[in-house]
Design a protein around this ligand. Structure first.
Ligand code: CP
Length: 305
């Protein structure tokens, strides 16, 4: 049976195994161990939106594992000229081994998966960013040696990355605090799902508009851009409303001394984070980005057999 990764919840039974296996695979790669598990396998990658990390990490992961990746932009494929998502799924299922899809709409990722006999991986949509979150928890575990019991403070927009990170916290038993300006909290159904996972692990989940409360004593401070792709018309309004949620030296002074700063990138320096924090010794943003490569490898190995 195929395995789609559309939500972090598609890894709910083995999420921490993805994290641990990703860390192991990274170590093996760094010591020069060969892995050709994607030999003669092909990944089709449909990107409706721009990408640096997701595209390069999946394409490189396929190359390093002995396989091949094809970059497809709707501008250059028939899907952009009216071919249905369903027909595209059927056609690609007859030719390649899995599909990575970065879409504006979550429903489109679901529709592609429903019409493909091969695995579909969500490369970010309006609701979730599951592949990012594997790399994020790998980074936290590498730096802190554990996940359960840590306090993760997400400060900023209750967006796709926040939703996935919150579900991930519920799965690993980390305490998760999300601080957003009023009106930008994560959707209720994500909070409900994450809360139910947190209850099982006896961990905390708090949604607040008070960033000081969220960051106080945090082990991890995480932020993302204030204006997601597709929301450009809201830029001016959001930049005003989010101003006091900037991660700066004053804010991080409330966290533990050995806190780590994370950002899925790209960062808009001077807006959601200052250079002083992004380039500080506590910042792990580039290790986090590098971990995308190893996270993608473990995801590919688990979905392409
Ligand atoms: N973090 C992330 O998904 O980066 P890209 O948009 O560059 O892929």
């Amino acid at each position: 049976m195929k395995r789609d990764i559309i939500s972090v919840l598609d890894m709910k039974n083995d999420f921490e195994k993805f994290v641990d296996d990703g860390i192991k695979l990274k170590k093996n790669f760094k010591t020069g161990k060969k892995d050709s598990s994607m030999d003669r396998k092909t990944l089709a990658m449909i990107f409706e939106k721009a990408s640096t990390r997701t595209r390069v990490s999946f394409e490189t992961a396929m190359t390093q594992l002995g396989g091949h990746a094809i970059y497809l932009s709707p501008r250059d494929m028939q899907m952009g000229r009216g071919e249905t998502i369903a027909d595209t799924g059927e056609v690609l299922s007859g030719m390649v081994d899995a599909i990575l899809y970065r879409a504006f709409k979550h429903d489109n990722v679901v529709e592609l998966a429903q019409n493909s006999s091969i695995s579909v991986i969500n490369g970010l949509d309006n609701l979730e960013h599951p592949t990012q979150i594997v790399a994020d928890y790998m980074t936290i575990k590498e730096k802190k040696g554990k996940l359960k019991g840590l306090k993760i403070a997400y400060v900023g927009d209750g967006n796709n990355t926040a939703n996935s990170l919150m579900l991930g916290a519920g799965l690993v038993g980390a305490d998760f605090w999300i601080a957003t300006p009023e009106g930008y909290e994560p959707p209720d159904h994500f909070v409900k799902a994450a809360r139910s996972l947190a209850r099982k692990h006896r961990s905390e989940l708090e949604v607040t508009n008070n960033y000081k409360e969220a960051v106080a004593g945090a082990d991890v401070i995480y932020t993302d851009v204030w204006v997601s792709m597709g929301e450009e018309q809201e830029r001016e309004k959001k930049e005003k409303e989010f101003k006091s949620f900037q991660i700066n030296e004053k804010m991080v002074s409330l966290a533990k001394r050995d806190y780590i700063f994370m950002h899925c990138l790209p960062a808009h320096r001077g807006l959601e984070v200052t250079n002083e924090v992004a380039d500080s010794k506590n910042s792990v943003i580039f290790q986090e980005a590098e971990n995308r490569l190893h996270a993608e490898k473990i995801i590919l190995k688990k979905v392409i057999k």
